[in-house]
Design a protein. Structure first.
Length: 147
């Protein structure tokens, strides 16, 4: 009976040992898989870190672009203000010149009218003088003809 027990125990030991070896192999395989998973996760972490740094770099670039756009907006606003001031000044100058031209035009028109009136008066005087000369010539001819 002892032999039987011993044989039984030996069988159990062999089976247990085999199962433990199998489990050990499986655990080793699992460890390798976990190591692979860990390395893949590490690789993914590095990639995410790289992506994060790229995104940070892009954020900095966009911030720089935003600042440039703001600067350009300020410049454009400044140019618009200068143009509006320039247009306002040009409009004032144009109004001043128009007023001056109106004054000059009135003065020129008045001078023109005075010249026309003066010419009309002179024409009337010339006409009267012409009539008088003609009348005098007729008298001279009558006097010469009566002699």
């Amino acid at each position: 009976m002892e032999d039987k027990i011993f044989n039984l125990m030996e069988k159990m030991y062999v089976e247990l040992s085999t199962k433990i070896d199998t489990m050990d192999n499986k655990i080793t395989t699992m460890d390798k898989r976990f190591d692979t998973i860990d390395s893949k996760i590490d690789s993914m972490d590095k990639r995410f870190d790289s992506i994060d740094s790229r995104i940070d770099s892009m954020d900095k670039r966009f911030d720089s672009i935003d600042r440039r756009i703001d600067s350009m907006d300020n410049r454009i606003d400044s140019i618009e203000n200068k143009m509006e001031a320039g247009f306002h000044k040009v409009n004032q100058d144009l109004t001043r010149l128009e007023n001056k031209m109106d004054e000059n035009h009135s003065a020129l028109y008045d001078g023109y009218m005075q010249s026309i009136e003066g010419l009309n008066v002179l024409n009337e005087k010339v006409d009267k003088l012409t009539e008088q000369v003609e009348h005098q010539e007729i008298k001279l001819q009558v006097i010469k003809g009566s002699k």
